[in-house]
Design a binder for this molecule. Structure first.
Ligand SMILES: COC[C@@H]1[C@H](c2ccc(C#Cc3ccccc3)cc2)[C@@H]2CN(C(=O)Nc3ccc(OC4CC4)cc3)C[C@@H](O)[C@@H](O)CN12
Length: 291
């Protein structure tokens, strides 16, 4: 049946076969997950397999309190300056802070729980500022605070979501990237058990032969950078960061002495770019994505 047959009326004399309503028809070009979402799904399955529950990370905006202060990040830390953090203009600040803020202030200014603190001034107004979260640890701190409100239980939480850093962008860094974070709360958690767990976790992603290097994070002590030998590049590649959360963070959140919490993190973009052989992050995200 053609346009000409319809226009000339020739269709009236033509013989047509019966319409087959059971035919499948031409399959449409199907959609597919973005590479980042494919790799995100792989990590999510590994977390579920290892008994983690997913954290609610739907709020990109957090107070500086949860993003920094509750993590024992001093108010004078450079990470809290405009060059590293996106501060909101509206609303510029939260109207109030969680009830635990006096204990957080005390630990920052004069220590506690065996710590000498930062011995720097701590202002409520600084903690009330609204920021685009610079790490998903801003959610982990709130989840640990909630956990502390219940009778003690061991818990494993994870999140894979967007975080924002006001950094200069280059071929492998954008102001927005995805952080993968795992947090394990237990009464028998040690650095050794964290190292063992990380070996199991990364093995499930096909990454073995890990090496650990001491490093510094404001909210974890000890802290370790995680490295893996990359056969293609013939060199040790930094694949993440980890550590034991400090008592100066855990105790003001309400977690009792004896509860240890380990945490680790990596980005989603780096493994995705390596897996798909993408050199420039703009080929992964942005308007010109021809997959
Ligand atoms: C501002 O950038 C931070 C980001 C991102 C990162 C770093 C630290 C954390 C963290 C944490 C943490 C620590 C303690 C407690 C809780 C969370 C999360 C993401 C990656 C972390 N990194 C990173 O992802 N590298 C990586 C990961 C996987 C990978 O897979 C390959 C197939 C083998 C390859 C590389 C390391 C570097 O890329 C680093 O230069 C960039 N880092």
């Amino acid at each position: 049946l053609t346009t000409e047959m319809l226009q000339s009326g020739a269709w009236k004399e033509a013989e047509f076969k019966k319409f087959n309503f059971d035919s499948l028809g031409v399959s449409p070009g199907s959609g597919h997950l973005h590479p980042l979402m494919k790799v995100r799904e792989e990590f999510r399955q590994v977390f579920f397999e290892t008994g983690f529950e997913e954290m609610p990370t739907n709020s990109f905006v957090e107070t500086a309190f949860w993003n920094f202060d509750a993590l024992f990040v001093p108010q004078q830390h450079t990470a809290r300056e405009l060059q590293d953090t996106f501060f909101l203009k509206d609303p510029v600040a939260a109207s109030s802070l969680p009830a635990i803020w006096p204990d957080v202030k005390r630990v920052h200014e004069s220590g506690g729980y065996g710590s000498i603190g930062h011995r720097c001034p701590w202002a409520e107004d600084e903690a009330k500022k609204m920021v685009l979260r610079t790490h998903t640890t801003a959610v982990s701190s709130q989840m640990l605070h909630k956990l502390a409100q219940e009778p003690y239980r061991a818990a494993k939480y994870f999140s894979i979501d967007r975080v924002y850093r006001n950094e200069t962008v280059d071929a492998t860094h954008l102001a927005e990237f995805h952080q993968i974070e795992g947090v394990i709360a237990d009464k028998n958690m040690s650095l050794g058990s964290l190292i063992d767990f990380l070996g199991v976790f990364f093995e499930k992603m096909g990454i073995s032969n890990l090496r650990f290097k001491p490093t510094y994070n404001p909210y974890t002590e000890p802290s370790m950078e995680i490295f893996s030998w990359h056969d293609g590049l013939k060199k040790w590649v930094e694949i993440g960061n980890s550590g034991m959360f400090r008592p100066e963070m855990l105790r003001p959140l309400g977690l009792e002495d004896g509860v240890q919490v380990a945490g680790f993190g990596l980005s989603l973009e780096r493994p995705t770019m390596i897996k798909y052989g993408i050199d420039n992050i703009r080929d992964l995200v942005g308007h010109k994505v021809d997959l």
